[in-house]
Design a binder for this molecule. Sequence first.
Ligand code: PMP
Length: 375
Amino acid sequence: MSELRIDDRLWSAKARNLSPYVPGEQPQHDNLCKLNTNENPFPPSPTVAAAISQVLADQADELRLYPAPESDDLRQALAQWYQLDSNQVFVGNGSDEVLALVFASFFMKERPVLTPDISYSFYPVYAQTFAVELVKIALAADFSVDPDSYRQPCSGIIIANPNAPTGILLALADIRKLVSEHPNAVIVIDEAYIDFAATDDNTAVSAITLINEFDNLLVTQTFSKSRSLAGLRVGMAFGNLSLIEALTRMKNSFNSYPLDKLAQAGARASVLDSDYFEQTCQTVINLRESLTAELTELGYQVLPSQANFVFARPKQGHASEVASKLREQGIIVRHFDKPRIEEYLRITVGTQAQHERLIAALRAMQAVDSVDISQ
Ligand code: PMP
């Protein structure tokens, strides 16, 4: 067969100039210890499969019909859970899609959008796709966000909280400061990992608690992490009614049925099972703390994470080499070859058994390395 070659002759200039996001890999081997894409190691609530099966059993015939375009029942369930009105809730096909609609709805303006220099690597891709100028604001030396460094004209600010890949949480008081100092900009807080965060005194950490107070705050979240539903593709945004209306207009100018019937039913069932959700989050938090302690004991420098992953710097050897050696043993973690963070590994919180395998591999690696050094 002749070799297939990509020919961009018929592409638009836009398609030609894109630099698409590269998602963490999803290899299909058995016995893989997959700690690279921040999925939940535990299954979703059993009520999710039950709700999806019920749709298939009772309403399979209805799959010939389009789903509810605005996912009303799901939005209602989310509104109830967060004590909002359902017109303050928007849902989309994963929060990645919601974020794309955010860039198109609020950021395509003359003024730039501000974001931390180290953050979710999809933001620069959206900025390029939607021709938005993105200005990167340096995180402090300890990788925290300094709200005072955002005092400049902008059409928006987007911050992942907890931040990715550092896991560091920005306090609600700092978010309040950003939102009140920029009344004419949309402040987007990407809370993909917020359900794994906790304050010492158990006060609220989610910026959702501020949306009735500020009309320029939009909070995005996802079912992919704390609700173990990355495969279902459901994300959401919470904000004042006018922001939600802008997102709905943009969605309906692009794809009016982003969530299929099964995804709507499954996601709704997950929201209704609050006990399962809370227990799973707590288990992941406990596992994060034990993983942090074990890595620290091995001499790793571990940033204080409030997410379902840790960002850790090996005591010896380069992070990229440690990642490749782990890979040879079927353990996959994420390494970013980027300034300031190239010496760190992002390790997703897994099960206890996965952690034991990881720590044993790292310990063996260090033992071999110290023999090499002493020889
Ligand atoms: N925001 C952040 C910070 C993320 O890490 C991710 C996951 N890659 C997303 C958003 C997107 O998640 P999803 O599209 O699965 O909802």
